[in-house]
Write a protein that binds this ligand. Structure first.
Ligand code: NDP
Length: 248
């Protein structure tokens, strides 16, 4: 990732759910590329502070904001708070997400509301708030999932539905914001070793075997594509699989 050094100099980024996992790796990678970075968290105050320290160690400004994506107001306010604390916003990374998996009959209306609130409504509201602030050259990058490309078996109905909605949103944002020189793209991670999906978890072997590369990926491997998209000026409305060939 050294080749990304300086490509985002002077830019401000917000990574939702940036205290752990893919979000934390993305925040650090954006800082390494030159951006000042805000991250949101809910429970991981200490972990978010560690990410801010890692950003600052790279010579950038970092801010940790407690903002629960399941709350409509907080999802949008994270965007405006970032802009007021860091002096603007150039890159929004919609990363925060929850995975509620289980047989169709086990999923309650409350599960549906919670997953859609975090995985879909918050992404819409944060993108809407960002659209009001982003300058020409602004970027909206959303973290989807490989299950939008290939559902490997039962149990993913709610999660796959929520992540698939983000593809439509991304394409619509690309059309809506393109005239202002703002891009919107979506990244679909495959199995990535995080707290949500540990590489030594009960279903890990099946997931690793389902990839062409035969292994889990890392948050840094997803982050490098996000950094690329944050700098790319002629890519919009596009989907990127970072899945080790899971959908191949
Ligand atoms: P983790 O569970 O490891 O980390 C989740 C992050 O999101 C944490 O920083 C957490 O903060 C934050 N978060 C959780 N709920 C909320 C909320 N309501 N509001 C704000 N922040 C919240 O997840 P991953 O890093 O694995 O996943 C990141 C994204 O990538 C998600 O959208 C996920 O669906 C997607 N993804 C992950 C894959 C994988 O294999 N890991 C595969 C495909 C997609 P806190 O610590 O404070 O709770």
């Amino acid at each position: 990732m050294t080749s990304d050094n300086g490509t985002l100099d002077g830019k401000v980024a917000l990574v939702t759910g940036g205290s752990r996992g893919i979000g934390a790796a993305t925040a650090v990678a954006l800082a390494r590329a030159g951006a000042d970075v805000a991250v949101t968290y809910v429970n991981g105050k200490e972990a978010a502070s560690d990410v801010v320290r890692a950003v600052e160690a790279l010579g950038r400004r970092g801010v940790a904001l407690r903002a629960d994506s399941s709350d409509a107001g907080e999802a949008a306010e994270a965007v405006t708070r970032t802009a007021s604390e860091l002096g603007g916003l150039d890159v929004l990374v919609n990363n925060a997400g929850v995975g509620v998996l289980g047989p169709l009959e086990s999923l309650s209306p409350q599960d549906v509301d919670r997953v859609l609130a975090v995985n879909v409504r918050a992404v819409f509201l944060a993108s809407q708030a960002a659209a009001a602030l982003l300058p020409e050259g602004g970027r909206i990058i959303t973290i989807g999932s490989c299950v939008t490309q290939r559902v490997p078996g039962p149990g993913a109905a709610l999660y796959a539905m929520s992540k698939s909605a983000l593809i439509g949103l991304t394409k619509a944002l690309a059309r809506e914001l393109g005239a202002r020189g703002i891009t919107a793209n979506i990244v679909h991670p495959g199995p990535i070793d995080t707290d949500m999906n540990p590489a030594d978890g009960p279903y890990a072997l099946d997931q690793a075997t389902a990839t062409a590369l035969g292994r889990f990926g890392t948050g840094a491997e997803v982050a490098s594509t996000v950094v690329h998209l944050a700098a790319a000026s002629y890519v919009t409305g596009a989907e990127f699989s970072v899945d080790g060939g899971y959908a191949a």
